[in-house]
Design a protein around this ligand. Structure first.
Ligand code: SF4
Length: 102
């Protein structure tokens, strides 16, 4: 059984992880959990995704997502998963570093 305890460090590059808005977003118009193999759940070692009781798949643990990693998005056959761009991430980290050093 998968390790449900797997978690990301509390800080990324010295920044508290929960201040970094890096995590996947699922487009509900595209997501079709009844027609895929739930690849997102299977592919994520951090257990970021979870299936709700009503059958929808949700981002249950966003801050356990590995910063900068978009590999799960390629597993979705319906292109329902998106992330901030690398440029957005870079700007976000720069701004947070500036805030923390002031
Ligand atoms: S996000 Fe993609 S892989 Fe995950 S349940 Fe939805 S359709 Fe399936």
């Amino acid at each position: 059984m998968a390790d449900q305890q797997s978690r990301q460090p509390e800080r990324y590059a010295g920044i508290p992880r929960e201040r970094i808005a890096w995590y996947p977003t699922i487009d509900p118009e595209r997501c079709r959990p009844g027609e895929c193999q739930l690849n997102c759940i299977a592919a994520c070692p951090q257990h970021v995704y979870e299936r709700a009781q009503d059958g929808r798949v949700m981002v249950a643990r966003p801050y356990d997502c590995t910063v900068g990693d978009i590999s799960c998005s390629f597993q979705c056959p319906f292109e329902a998963i998106s992330f901030p761009s690398q440029g957005e991430l870079r700007r976000m980290l720069k701004k947070l570093r500036e805030e923390l050093s002031s």
